[in-house]
Design a protein around this ligand. Structure first.
Ligand code: TQI
Ligand code: ZN
Ligand code: ZN
Length: 195
């Protein structure tokens, strides 16, 4: 009899510090100098929504970069946080866990914005939304997963778009923050251990 079971493979950062219990309304802001288009800003909004759909967390954009909980910016090369970017490919982005909450992306990447890889896209095209969903997982203290289809799986090939949370991602984040009390969809159907 084939046994269906999902072994959770998500991981937490050591110490498991996370946003203070009470803080479920988080704000995010974009580095003003980047002058990001509405399109790009709504792309990040969608990426946040995927995580807020399954947790009690809410993410609201604010114009005050200095006061926002999560600070999103595109930088090139050495940008003063001890983790310089490296041009096309290599490191694509990095996120600093709570309470720093900084989310930096490499401005030198060939970012694909609307998720369709035009056949002319350079081989080094990287889907921005996929990277954003993954990095937000890190902002929320999720480490890497060994489940291949998980957002938190530590590799993505260029030209790939992976933005839907997998079971492993949902189980991991709900372990940290609980589920979404007013989630009116059907509970994600986890494969239960069969007796
Ligand atoms: N940036 C790494 C990452 O976000 C930074 C990193 C390396 C890291 N080791 C870590 C973060 C351990 C937390 C814990 O994974 S990255 C991917 C993926 C990167 C990688 O630029 O290499 C994505 C950014 F998952 F595809 F490999 C986004 Cl989606
Ligand atoms: Zn940085
Ligand atoms: Zn990662």
């Amino acid at each position: 009899m084939s046994i269906f079971h999902t072994v959770a493979h998500y991981a937490f950062f050591p110490g498991k510090p996370r946003w203070p219990e009470s803080k479920t309304e988080l704000t995010y802001a974009f580095l003003p100098e980047n002058q990001l288009s509405k399109n790009v800003k709504s792309l990040f909004g969608r990426a946040f929504e995927r995580w807020s759909e399954v947790t009690p967390l809410t993410f609201t954009e604010t114009t005050s970069y200095s006061r926002a909980d999560l600070k999103i910016g595109f930088f090139s090369g050495d940008h003063g946080d001890g983790e310089p970017f490296d041009g096309v490919l290599g490191t694509l982005a990095h996120a600093f866990s709570p309470p720093a909450g900084r989310f930096h992306l490499d401005g030198d990447e060939n970012w694909v914005i609307d998720g369709n890889f035009l056949n002319g896209s350079p081989v080094s095209a990287v889907d921005l939304e996929s990277v954003a969903v993954h990095e937000i997982g890190h902002l929320l203290r999720l480490g890497h997963s060994s489940v291949e289809n998980a957002i938190m799986y530590p590799t993505i090939s260029s030209g790939t778009r992976k933005v839907e949370l997998a079971n492993d991602d949902v189980i991991g984040i709900q372990e940290l923050y609980g589920s979404n009390p007013n989630y009116n969809g059907s509970e994600p159907s986890f494969i239960k251990y069969s007796k």
